[in-house]
Design a protein around this ligand. Structure first.
Ligand code: SF4
Length: 239
Protein backbone atom coordinates (compact mmCIF):
# COMPACT_ATOMS: atom_id res chain seq x y z
CA UNK A 1 0.00 0.00 0.00
CA UNK A 2 1.40 3.43 -0.97
CA UNK A 3 1.50 6.11 1.75
CA UNK A 4 -0.56 9.22 1.01
CA UNK A 5 1.32 12.59 0.95
CA UNK A 6 0.01 13.71 4.36
CA UNK A 7 0.97 10.32 5.84
CA UNK A 8 4.48 10.70 4.45
CA UNK A 9 4.71 14.23 5.87
CA UNK A 10 3.61 12.97 9.28
CA UNK A 11 6.18 10.15 9.09
CA UNK A 12 8.95 12.64 8.21
CA UNK A 13 7.85 14.89 11.07
CA UNK A 14 7.83 11.91 13.46
CA UNK A 15 11.38 10.94 12.46
CA UNK A 16 12.49 14.57 12.90
CA UNK A 17 10.92 14.73 16.38
CA UNK A 18 12.45 11.37 17.28
CA UNK A 19 15.90 12.60 16.23
CA UNK A 20 15.49 15.74 18.35
CA UNK A 21 14.40 13.58 21.29
CA UNK A 22 17.40 11.27 20.89
CA UNK A 23 19.75 14.26 20.69
CA UNK A 24 18.16 15.64 23.87
CA UNK A 25 18.66 12.31 25.63
CA UNK A 26 22.28 12.30 24.61
CA UNK A 27 22.77 15.89 25.80
CA UNK A 28 21.23 14.81 29.10
CA UNK A 29 23.82 12.05 29.41
CA UNK A 30 21.69 8.99 28.49
CA UNK A 31 24.17 6.44 27.22
CA UNK A 32 21.89 3.53 26.25
CA UNK A 33 18.52 2.99 24.63
CA UNK A 34 16.35 -0.13 24.78
CA UNK A 35 14.69 -0.89 21.45
CA UNK A 36 11.55 -3.11 21.68
CA UNK A 37 10.93 -5.43 18.71
CA UNK A 38 7.18 -5.94 19.16
CA UNK A 39 4.58 -6.56 21.80
CA UNK A 40 5.41 -10.27 22.25
CA UNK A 41 9.18 -10.05 21.97
CA UNK A 42 11.72 -9.37 24.64
CA UNK A 43 13.45 -5.98 24.59
CA UNK A 44 16.42 -5.87 22.23
CA UNK A 45 19.89 -5.58 23.76
CA UNK A 46 21.06 -2.15 24.82
CA UNK A 47 22.59 -0.18 21.95
CA UNK A 48 25.50 2.16 22.79
CA UNK A 49 24.37 5.75 22.15
CA UNK A 50 27.45 6.64 20.16
CA UNK A 51 26.71 3.85 17.65
CA UNK A 52 23.01 4.58 17.41
CA UNK A 53 23.44 8.32 16.98
CA UNK A 54 25.90 8.40 14.09
CA UNK A 55 24.22 10.08 11.12
CA UNK A 56 23.40 7.70 8.22
CA UNK A 57 25.79 9.43 5.74
CA UNK A 58 28.65 8.78 8.19
CA UNK A 59 27.70 5.12 8.47
CA UNK A 60 27.64 4.95 4.67
CA UNK A 61 31.21 6.28 4.50
CA UNK A 62 32.30 3.76 7.13
CA UNK A 63 30.66 0.91 5.23
CA UNK A 64 32.28 2.04 1.95
CA UNK A 65 35.68 2.15 3.68
CA UNK A 66 35.22 -1.39 4.98
CA UNK A 67 34.62 -2.66 1.43
CA UNK A 68 37.11 -0.36 -0.33
CA UNK A 69 39.80 -1.70 -2.67
CA UNK A 70 40.76 1.58 -4.32
CA UNK A 71 44.47 1.36 -3.57
CA UNK A 72 47.20 -1.23 -2.99
CA UNK A 73 46.77 -1.06 0.81
CA UNK A 74 43.64 -3.20 0.40
CA UNK A 75 45.98 -6.08 -0.52
CA UNK A 76 47.99 -5.99 2.70
CA UNK A 77 45.52 -4.85 5.37
CA UNK A 78 43.70 -7.22 7.70
CA UNK A 79 40.83 -4.79 7.93
CA UNK A 80 40.25 -1.15 7.18
CA UNK A 81 39.76 1.38 9.97
CA UNK A 82 37.10 3.95 9.05
CA UNK A 83 37.05 5.94 12.31
CA UNK A 84 34.92 6.15 15.41
CA UNK A 85 33.57 8.47 18.06
CA UNK A 86 30.56 10.36 19.29
CA UNK A 87 31.24 13.97 18.24
CA UNK A 88 29.31 15.39 21.20
CA UNK A 89 31.76 18.29 21.32
CA UNK A 90 32.53 18.49 17.63
CA UNK A 91 36.29 17.89 17.64
CA UNK A 92 37.82 15.65 15.00
CA UNK A 93 41.29 14.10 15.39
CA UNK A 94 43.07 12.97 12.24
CA UNK A 95 46.16 10.77 12.30
CA UNK A 96 48.28 9.43 9.48
CA UNK A 97 47.11 5.83 9.14
CA UNK A 98 46.31 2.70 11.16
CA UNK A 99 49.13 0.78 12.84
CA UNK A 100 49.36 -2.91 13.68
CA UNK A 101 46.89 -2.88 16.60
CA UNK A 102 44.39 -0.80 14.64
CA UNK A 103 44.70 -3.15 11.63
CA UNK A 104 43.89 -6.09 13.92
CA UNK A 105 41.03 -4.44 15.78
CA UNK A 106 39.48 -2.26 13.06
CA UNK A 107 39.48 0.68 15.52
CA UNK A 108 41.58 3.86 15.35
CA UNK A 109 44.19 4.71 17.97
CA UNK A 110 44.19 1.67 20.20
CA UNK A 111 47.31 0.31 21.92
CA UNK A 112 49.83 2.56 23.66
CA UNK A 113 49.50 5.51 21.30
CA UNK A 114 45.71 5.30 21.62
CA UNK A 115 45.92 5.31 25.42
CA UNK A 116 48.11 8.41 25.30
CA UNK A 117 45.63 10.07 22.92
CA UNK A 118 42.84 9.25 25.39
CA UNK A 119 44.87 11.02 28.10
CA UNK A 120 45.45 14.04 25.85
CA UNK A 121 41.70 14.21 25.16
CA UNK A 122 40.86 13.78 28.86
CA UNK A 123 43.34 16.53 29.79
CA UNK A 124 41.06 19.09 28.11
CA UNK A 125 37.93 17.69 29.74
CA UNK A 126 36.72 15.54 26.82
CA UNK A 127 36.32 11.81 26.17
CA UNK A 128 36.21 9.56 23.10
CA UNK A 129 32.45 10.03 23.02
CA UNK A 130 32.97 13.75 22.55
CA UNK A 131 35.25 13.50 19.53
CA UNK A 132 35.65 11.64 16.24
CA UNK A 133 38.96 9.92 15.53
CA UNK A 134 40.12 8.86 12.11
CA UNK A 135 43.14 8.85 9.77
CA UNK A 136 44.25 10.22 6.42
CA UNK A 137 44.44 6.67 4.98
CA UNK A 138 42.08 4.07 6.38
CA UNK A 139 44.25 0.97 5.81
CA UNK A 140 47.59 0.14 7.39
CA UNK A 141 50.65 0.81 5.22
CA UNK A 142 52.89 -2.30 5.47
CA UNK A 143 55.53 -2.01 8.21
CA UNK A 144 53.97 1.31 9.28
CA UNK A 145 55.68 3.15 6.40
CA UNK A 146 54.36 6.59 5.43
CA UNK A 147 51.36 6.43 3.08
CA UNK A 148 52.36 7.03 -0.57
CA UNK A 149 50.94 10.08 -2.38
CA UNK A 150 48.67 7.98 -4.64
CA UNK A 151 47.28 6.16 -1.57
CA UNK A 152 46.52 9.49 0.10
CA UNK A 153 44.80 10.71 -3.08
CA UNK A 154 42.76 7.49 -3.37
CA UNK A 155 41.61 7.67 0.25
CA UNK A 156 41.07 11.44 0.48
CA UNK A 157 37.35 11.45 -0.56
CA UNK A 158 36.47 9.42 2.57
CA UNK A 159 38.04 11.95 4.94
CA UNK A 160 36.57 14.82 2.94
CA UNK A 161 33.11 13.29 3.31
CA UNK A 162 33.59 12.59 7.04
CA UNK A 163 34.56 16.23 7.60
CA UNK A 164 31.59 17.43 5.53
CA UNK A 165 29.11 15.19 7.39
CA UNK A 166 30.42 15.88 10.90
CA UNK A 167 31.23 19.53 10.31
CA UNK A 168 33.63 19.71 13.29
CA UNK A 169 34.19 22.93 15.22
CA UNK A 170 37.89 22.08 15.51
CA UNK A 171 40.12 19.76 13.51
CA UNK A 172 43.28 18.36 15.14
CA UNK A 173 46.02 16.98 12.90
CA UNK A 174 48.13 14.41 14.73
CA UNK A 175 51.68 14.36 13.39
CA UNK A 176 53.48 15.72 10.39
CA UNK A 177 51.94 13.62 7.56
CA UNK A 178 48.38 14.44 8.66
CA UNK A 179 49.16 18.15 9.13
CA UNK A 180 50.98 18.38 5.79
CA UNK A 181 48.13 16.66 3.94
CA UNK A 182 45.34 18.69 5.52
CA UNK A 183 47.19 21.99 5.14
CA UNK A 184 48.69 21.12 1.75
CA UNK A 185 52.17 22.23 2.82
CA UNK A 186 55.70 20.86 3.04
CA UNK A 187 56.38 22.43 6.43
CA UNK A 188 57.14 20.07 9.32
CA UNK A 189 55.13 19.64 12.52
CA UNK A 190 57.47 21.78 14.64
CA UNK A 191 56.67 24.80 12.47
CA UNK A 192 52.96 23.97 12.08
CA UNK A 193 52.12 23.30 15.73
CA UNK A 194 51.26 25.99 18.27
CA UNK A 195 48.90 28.03 16.08
CA UNK A 196 45.42 27.91 14.65
CA UNK A 197 45.30 27.22 10.90
CA UNK A 198 42.33 27.24 8.58
CA UNK A 199 40.99 24.19 6.77
CA UNK A 200 38.29 25.38 4.40
CA UNK A 201 36.72 27.54 7.12
CA UNK A 202 37.33 25.12 10.03
CA UNK A 203 40.02 25.94 12.64
CA UNK A 204 42.80 23.35 12.48
CA UNK A 205 45.45 22.77 15.13
CA UNK A 206 48.44 20.53 14.49
CA UNK A 207 50.25 18.69 17.25
CA UNK A 208 52.60 15.78 17.74
CA UNK A 209 51.39 12.25 17.01
CA UNK A 210 51.05 10.28 20.29
CA UNK A 211 53.36 7.57 18.86
CA UNK A 212 56.07 10.22 18.39
CA UNK A 213 55.54 11.46 21.95
CA UNK A 214 55.99 7.90 23.24
CA UNK A 215 59.27 7.63 21.33
CA UNK A 216 60.49 11.08 22.39
CA UNK A 217 58.88 11.40 25.82
CA UNK A 218 60.74 14.52 26.90
CA UNK A 219 59.47 17.28 29.16
CA UNK A 220 59.85 19.72 26.26
CA UNK A 221 57.70 17.67 23.85
CA UNK A 222 55.06 16.94 26.47
CA UNK A 223 54.86 20.63 27.36
CA UNK A 224 54.40 21.56 23.70
CA UNK A 225 51.69 18.90 23.23
CA UNK A 226 49.91 20.19 26.35
CA UNK A 227 50.05 23.76 24.98
CA UNK A 228 48.52 22.51 21.72
CA UNK A 229 45.71 20.73 23.55
CA UNK A 230 44.98 23.85 25.58
CA UNK A 231 44.76 25.71 22.27
CA UNK A 232 42.24 23.08 21.06
CA UNK A 233 40.12 23.69 24.17
CA UNK A 234 40.35 27.47 23.80
CA UNK A 235 39.38 27.32 20.14
CA UNK A 236 36.47 24.97 20.91
CA UNK A 237 35.29 27.41 23.58
CA UNK A 238 35.51 30.25 21.07
CA UNK A 239 38.19 32.14 23.05
S1 SF4 B 1 43.60 3.05 2.15
FE1 SF4 B 1 41.67 4.06 1.63
S2 SF4 B 1 41.62 4.01 -0.61
FE2 SF4 B 1 43.13 2.50 0.03
S3 SF4 B 1 41.99 0.56 0.14
FE3 SF4 B 1 41.99 1.47 2.20
S4 SF4 B 1 40.09 2.65 2.31
FE4 SF4 B 1 40.47 2.22 0.14
Amino acid sequence: MTAKPHQRERAVEFVRDLRRYLEQLREDGTEYLLIARGKDSDPAPAVPRSAAARPPPLRQVEEAVRRCRRCRLAGTRKQSVPGEGGMRKSVMFVGEGPGEQEDLSGRPFVGRAGKLLDKMIAAIGLSRDDVYITNIVKCRPPGNRDPKPDEVVACWPYLEKQIAVLSPKVLVALGSPAAKTLLDTDEGISRLRGKVHDFEGTPLIATYHPAFLLRAYTVENRTKAWEDMKLVRKTLDGK
